[in-house]
Design a protein around this ligand. Structure first.
Ligand SMILES: [Ca+2]
Ligand SMILES: [Ca+2]
Length: 102
């Protein structure tokens, strides 16, 4: 039985390839593929981004090697960045709850 973390890693890989394989290179997301992934898998995050150019901005931020596409390594940095932000929110929320209890 895979652990929760192993399952999470497998999910990251599966989700990435589900979108990366739609067109062009199988191992990277073009703008359209990234947009589809964000809209489907990260819809609540995308909704909080009011800027219609958010996808372009995210794409530019993620594309660290400047080839105009997002590979798995670049995609993972998005997930890690979002996870860090979520974890900080989680900690803040926990603290608020703890303060209210006292
Ligand atoms: Ca692709
Ligand atoms: Ca790239």
């Amino acid at each position: 039985m895979p652990s929760d973390l192993e399952k999470a890693m497998e999910t990251l890989i599966t989700v990435f390839h589900r979108y990366a394989g739609k067109e062009g290179s199988d191992v990277s997301l073009n703008r359209k593929e990234l947009k589809q992934l964000m809209e489907t898998e990260l819809s609540s995050f995308l909704k909080s981004q009011k800027d219609p150019a958010a996808i372009d901005k995210i794409m530019k931020d993620l594309d660290s090697n400047g080839d105009g596409e997002v590979n798995f390594e670049e995609f993972v940095s998005l997930v890690v960045g979002l996870s860090i932000a979520c974890e900080q929110f989680y900690q803040l929320h926990k603290k608020t709850v703890a303060v209210k209890k006292n």
